[in-house]
Design a binder for this molecule. Structure first.
Ligand code: BG6
Length: 484
């Protein structure tokens, strides 16, 4: 089995902020990999635009260096790298002034798919959008791609939506949440809606609770200044974790179609109950062996920004009445491990006496690393001597099951960029979805700011703050172990 490469139309992709970190790490290496996979049609071009006064040759040198750093060596074919670089152009541009716009207009072709990636600070979205339309570089068929953070609260998100809406229709705006581009995240929809097996059990009657964990080993390092204004709630929960929760909790859409899927996600967000103060725990990692704690990287030595958050979310609708969704995410934890675990209830009546041996069925969807699914089921312990029960995993590691394909599974950015070129918005957030997510998040943040709450300190390399354990214990439940 070889992964299929679905052709896309010829395109011109303009990247604003082409010399920035995201472009170097993700966007340009992603495009190179698609080029290698044969998915970048002859004639398609990538146009870098940034403030730096670079020549095209200097820009290509920068991109060559970025590819060397961020693309796996076995994918770095020197001839292919040069062929890819030949597709690149560069325009020095002033997002808030007049430099470069006429040159950009001269470069972008009117008769191909035109996409504009805003890999810049959100404060520049309005200026760029305005200049693109004033200079008629973009038209009603062009697409724009914007990155998170999409606002820092409901008011700023609404303002950004309004600024973009002045020049572009919603159908042209692609708000990236790279979690939606992850293979296993999409698999969540395939598992739920392409099998008859799970959906009948997917409700309060059979599900005890859901745990969503996104644990990282990295700290904030060089991103202290950004992170201080953000914190885990804005950086991870409002967007990535919210999207995961939506895909687990949403009703089946009538079709795998952008608005059908997003309508269902929106209903979930709107049905989220406000989170009570006692249902949320914030943490901040302290100094480790290397002496670098969160505040080492922060501009404020007394920073109260959380690098960890755990909370209990509840959804007010028929399907999820009384089923808690426990969410936790944090930096500098003991392992990099992201998973969704759905714990089922007990059978209605126990016919075996081995109550001790009995464990709940758990469906674990592993996002990273080692993508896969695991269903914990009960069987009889082998051998004579009565009916003793034991729990075993029905394990499906995607790497094993899809051995040949897994190697060239595109990363999240590659997939999402190609979806932009195809004009498919299914895996992008709609403006109303982002606003609804902020409407739920804002009171949580306002609550702890008003109370003056300090995050609880936790040791780097641990599972997070002690209080997070209590969040589950007091409900008679336990977090799953964080391990790779
Ligand atoms: C980003 C956050 O959106 O996602 C980072 O800003 C975080 O703080 C990252 O580290 C996690 O992404 P991934 O794909 O490594 O799980």
């Amino acid at each position: 089995m070889v992964s299929r490469v679905i052709p896309v139309d010829v395109f011109d992709l303009v990247i604003f902020g082409a010399t920035g970190d995201l472009a170097r790490r993700k966007i340009l290496p992603g495009l190179y990999r698609r080029f290698m996979a044969g998915q970048m049609p002859e004639d398609s071009r990538v146009i870098g635009a940034a403030r730096a006064d670079l020549t095209e040759a200097a820009f290509r040198d920068q991109v060559r260096a970025a590819l060397t750093e961020f693309v796996a060596t076995d994918h770095l074919d020197p001839a292919m790298v040069e062929a890819f670089l030949a597709r690149l152009h560069y325009v020095p541009i002033d997002a808030t002034g007049s430099t470069g716009w006429v040159e950009l207009k001269g470069l972008v072709r009117p008769d191909v798919v035109r996409a504009f990636y805003f890999s810049v600070a959100p404060s520049l979205f309005g200026d760029i959008a305005q200049r693109l339309s004033e200079h008629q570089i973009a038209d009603a068929w062009s697409r724009i791609v914007v990155e998170k953070p999409f606002g820092r609260d409901l008011v700023s998100a609404k303002a950004l939506n309004a600024v973009l809406a002045r020049h572009f229709a919603e159908a042209q705006i692609y708000r990236i949440d790279h979690y939606l581009g992850k293979e296993t995240v999409q698999n969540l929809m395939a598992v739920r809606f392409a099998n008859i097996l799970f959906e009948p059990l997917w409700k309060a009657e059979y599900i005890d609770h859901v745990q969503i964990t996104v644990a990282e080993t990295v700290g904030v390092e060089g991103r202290g200044a950004y992170y201080d204004k953000s914190g885990a709630m804005r950086d991870m929960v409002q967007n990535h974790m919210m999207q995961l929760l939506c895909l687990i909790a949403m009703e089946p859409p009538y079709h795998f179609d952008p608005d059908a899927v997003r309508d269902e996600k929106l209903k979930v967000i709107r049905a989220l109950k406000p989170v009570q103060a006692e249902d949320i725990v914030r943490g901040q990692y302290g100094a480790g062996k290397d002496g670098a704690g969160y505040v080492t990287h922060s501009e404020n030595p007394a920073s109260r920004t959380e690098s960890y958050v755990a909370l209990k979310a509840q959804i007010s609708n028929w399907r999820w009445q009384g089923v808690p969704f426990y969410l936790r995410t944090g930096k500098r934890l003991r392992a990099r491990a992201s998973e969704i675990a759905i714990t089922f209830k007990q059978p209605p009546h126990a016919i075996f006496d081995d109550a001790k041996g009995w464990h709940e069925n758990v469906l674990v969807i592993r996002l990273q690393p080692n993508e896969g699914m695991n269903l914990m089921v009960m069987i009889k312990e082998p051998g004579p001597g009565g009916m003793r029960l034991m729990q075993v995993p029905l394990d499906m590691s995607f790497a094993d099951a899809l051995a040949e394909v897994a190697e060239d599974v595109p990363d999240a950015y590659e997939r999402l960029i190609m979806d932009v070129i195809r004009g498919n918005q299914t895996l992008f957030m709609r403006g109303d979805e982002v606003e609804a997510a902020w409407a739920w998040t804002d009171p949580i943040i306002e609550g702890w700011e008003a109370r003056g709450d300090k995050p609880q300190s936790y040791d780097p390399g641990s599972s997070g703050p002690e209080d997070a354990l209590m969040l589950m214990h007091r409900d008679g439940r336990r977090w799953r172990e964080i391990k790779e």
